[in-house]
Design a protein around this ligand. Structure first.
Ligand code: C2E
Ligand code: MG
Ligand code: MG
Length: 715
């Protein structure tokens, strides 16, 4: 085997002849045409050279000893790559039998000896060019098939006279039809078209044929296994020479995935994924059109804005998945038990005129179309409250939930969607502050208080980071010796415009918004540091009382408190947590456990505003409490009203029997002081003895008090 290549690029031709001189002449001829040449002197050698060098063309002599050219050609065709390589056979002159045999053996062409060298060179080059063209065609066909497979795109040609369709493999794939080499009947494809869409497709095709125009349709196909796929079909009509429609040539693309993605996107854009109710966007859009029609027909439309009461508690105590479940079940109850009876649903059942939506969080909204009077909306609101009354079961727990509902009515409470929603929301807030589990109609005077509330809420959120909160301290005295035994920390908000805001004006808002948690943490931290400073200053036995909101008593509170105490290096035995009586009453079970945990840290617990919350004696025994703070309302009138005096006396006696300490708060007069002391309550707090003051002022009061207590000892 010899190979000489003039250039790596030039095509390689394998010359096979047992005659050395012929081979040499062939080589010279080929090289003159810029072709590279490899040689083989026998059939066997030819096969091995072919396998290793993969020539682009083979010139093969017919007459060779052992393996002749026919056999060599036939075997070469079976080698990898051999089937597409052009083979030029060299036969004897006009040996027709050989020519036939050569074609049978797979030859591409033949040339008879004696050879015409110049023509042979041209012929070889021509054969190479044809081979390249074939190669290119094959590559592009396979690329096209791959592209069609990836794009799930099939192409086809329908013969209108014969009623057959010739198509690509992908077309069969898409329709789930077995490929048929001679083409399939058009009916096979039409059968697959979804029965509901068939008339659309047939109509489009007939119309296109009649007008000689292209057409395109989107339709469904029904697969044998019952699944439905979406396709996009596009085609044009080709006429025969007489101008009659003869062929339809087109493509069909499987667009199922795209359709599903589109539907998913549409769903996500318009519906809430948790409850599958319409979301705010879709609700607004629908209410918009409802209002347009109400405007034309001069009708009323009510918007009910509903917010679950204390929903956050469910999330906090049972976890977010329970919270999600509750929202789903609330949605389900509203959907099944409110809509069909009370609100007017009509139209296409697949796309109901859904008047219910979830706006986010625990907020739902319902519009009621065509009411005649506002009371119709109230009836629906009452029904919602009724429907929520049955308990929910969440992860094995029985849970009860109520809701607050605000109602605005078109056109009196707003002309457009935004105004109606905003005003229903405002009314809902009023329902909340009126005690929850109720509905409230909007009333124009609500707006100013709503915007005030909003600006307070925004301001309060920033109050901590802007360092606008301050603590004042009010002294607690033991009137037996006149000493200051404790300080109650009372928070104030130094509002940039409103000045010093008292806690009563922002603590309820902080509780409603959850801001009480960070605020409460700040108060505790500040109080611990201040208390430590006083201890270091020599007031080593001073107690510090800190007020706690019921909203702060959440899982994690005990751990947070431990951490705060540890980092402040504070001794918890000086801490008294004041918790209002109502907290004990509302969540007795939860509270007992948590209070026990707190107590075990070594701190003290007092019941604030005692006497206002109707606690019974038996209740008190269950709680690990140290102190009762007698509410100011009793103290105020002890000296003048016999009833209040009697209650106060009873509280003090009861506390004594339970071995609890009592502190009287709000002592403003000497008479009150004397009365209380006579009854055995000697710990007191009130304007008579000292108002809440900033820390520095309190320090001065402490120094003064200590000086009075032990004359001669300088502080
Ligand atoms: P409270 O715990 O019962 O606090 C006593 C309130 O009575 C204080 O009002 C105090 O200034 C006032 N007071 C004390 N002595 C007298 C008196 O002789 N006469 C009259 N008329 N009032 C007196 P303040 O500071 O406005 O606090 C009101 C309530 O705000 C507190 O009632 C407490 O429930 C709450 N609060 C204050 N600070 C905090 C806090 O840091 N966290 C929480 N959760 N609540 C707080
Ligand atoms: Mg208090
Ligand atoms: Mg109090």
């Amino acid at each position: 085997m010899k190979r000489k290549s003039s250039s790596q690029e030039s095509p390689l031709v394998l010359v096979v002849d047992d005659d050395d001189s012929i081979r040499m002449l062939l080589r010279e001829t080929m090289e003159r045409y810029d072709l590279s040449v490899a040689e083989a002197g026998s059939g066997a050698e030819a096969l091995s050279v072919f396998s290793t060098l993969k020539p682009e063309l083979v010139i093969l002599d017919v007459v060779m000893p052992r393996m002749d050219g026919f056999e060599t050609c036939a075997r070469l065709r079976r080698l990898p790559g051999g089937e597409a390589t052009p083979v030029l056979m060299l036969t004897g002159l006009d040996d027709l039998e050989s020519v036939d045999k050569a074609y049978e053996a797979g030859a591409t062409d033949f040339a008879s000896k004696p050879l015409k060298w110049l023509a042979l060179g041209h012929r070889v080059r021509y054969m190479l060019r044809a081979k390249r063209a074939m190669d290119d065609l094959r590559t592009s066909e396979s690329r096209l098939a791959t592209a069609q497979r990836i794009a799930r795109l099939g192409n086809w040609e329908r013969d209108l006279d014969a009623g057959t369709v010739e198509c690509s493999d992908e077309m069969y794939q898409i329709f789930g039809i077995a490929p048929q080499p001679a083409g399939a009947r058009y009916e096979c494809f039409l059968e697959r078209v979804h029965p509901e869409d068939r008339h659309v497709v047939v109509g489009a095709v007939e119309d296109a044929i009649r007008r000689g125009q292209p057409y395109s349709t989107d339709h469904r196909i029904l697969m044998p296994d019952g699944t439905v796929r979406f396709v996009h079909e596009q085609a044009e009509i080709l006429p025969d020479q007489a101008g009659r429609p003869a062929l339809i040539v087109g493509t069909t693309q499987d667009i199922t995935e795209r359709k599903q993605a589109e539907e998913q996107i549409r769903f996500l854009a318009d519906y809430d994924s948790l409850t599958h109710l319409p979301n705010r966007r879709l609700f607004k859009e629908r209410l918009e059109s409802v209002l347009a029609s109400a405007r034309r027909h001069k009708r009323l439309v009510a918007t009910l804005f509903m917010d679950l009461d204390h929903f956050k508690r469910i999330n906090d105590t049972l976890g977010h998945s329970a919270g999600d479940k509750l929202l789903q079940e609330v949605a389900e109850r509203l959907r099944c038990r409110i809509r069909p009876t009370d609100a007017i649903a009509r139209g296409d059942p697949r796309e109901p005129d859904e008047p219910l939506a979830r706006l986010g969080g625990d907020e739902f909204v319902l519009s009621i179309i065509d009411i005649t009077r506002g009371e119709d909306a109230a009836r629906v609101a009452l029904r919602i409250l009724e429907v929520l009354k049955d308990h929910f079961v969440l992860e094995g727990h029985e849970v009860f939930i109520t809701a607050s509902i605000g109602i605005s009515v078109y056109p009196s409470d707003g002309e457009d969607v935004e105004a109606l929603l905003k005003n229903a929301d405002t009314a809902m807030y009023h329902a909340k502050s009126a005690g929850r589990n109720r509905y409230q109609f909007y009333d124009g005077s609500m707006n100013s208080s709503a915007s005030h509330r909003l600006s307070m809420e925004t301001g309060l959120r920033r109050a901590i980071e802007r360092d606008e909160l301050v603590l004042h301290y009010q002294p607690q005295f033991d009137v037996r010796d006149g000493s200051i035994v404790g300080a109650e920390a009372l928070v104030r908000w130094k509002h940039p415009e409103l000045g010093l805001v008292p806690p009563a004006d922002f603590i309820p808002l902080a509780e409603e918004t959850g801001l009480i948690v960070p605020i409460g943490e700040w108060v505790l931290c500040k109080a611990f540091h201040q208390s430590r400073a006083w201890h270091r200053d020599g007031f080593g036995s001073l107690r510090i009382a800190v007020n706690l909101s019921g909203h702060q008593l959440q899982p994690g509170f005990v751990r947070m408190l431990e951490e705060l105490i540890r980092t402040a290096g504070f001794n918890p035995s000086f801490l008294e947590l004041e918790i209002t009586e109502s907290v004990f009453m509302q969540r007795a079970e939860e509270t007992v456990g948590m209070l026990n945990d707190l107590k075990s840290m070594g701190l003290r617990i007092s019941i604030d505003d005692f006497g206002t919350g109707y606690s019974s004696l038996s209740y008190l025994k269950r709680f690990p409490v140290d102190t009762l703070k007698i509410d100011r309302s009793f103290v105020r009138d002890v000296a003048t009203h016999p009833d209040d005096a009697a209650i106060t006396v009873a509280i003090i006696a009861m506390a004594r029997s339970l071995e609890l300490e009592t502190i009287a708060e709000g002592v403003e007069t000497r008479e009150q002081l004397v009365f209380l002391q006579q009854q055995g309550c000697s710990l007191m707090q009130g304007f008579l003895l000292g108002r809440p003051v900033p820390a520095e002022e309190f320090t001065r009061a402490l120094r003064k008090n200590a000086a009075e207590m032990s004359p001669g000892v300088p502080m």
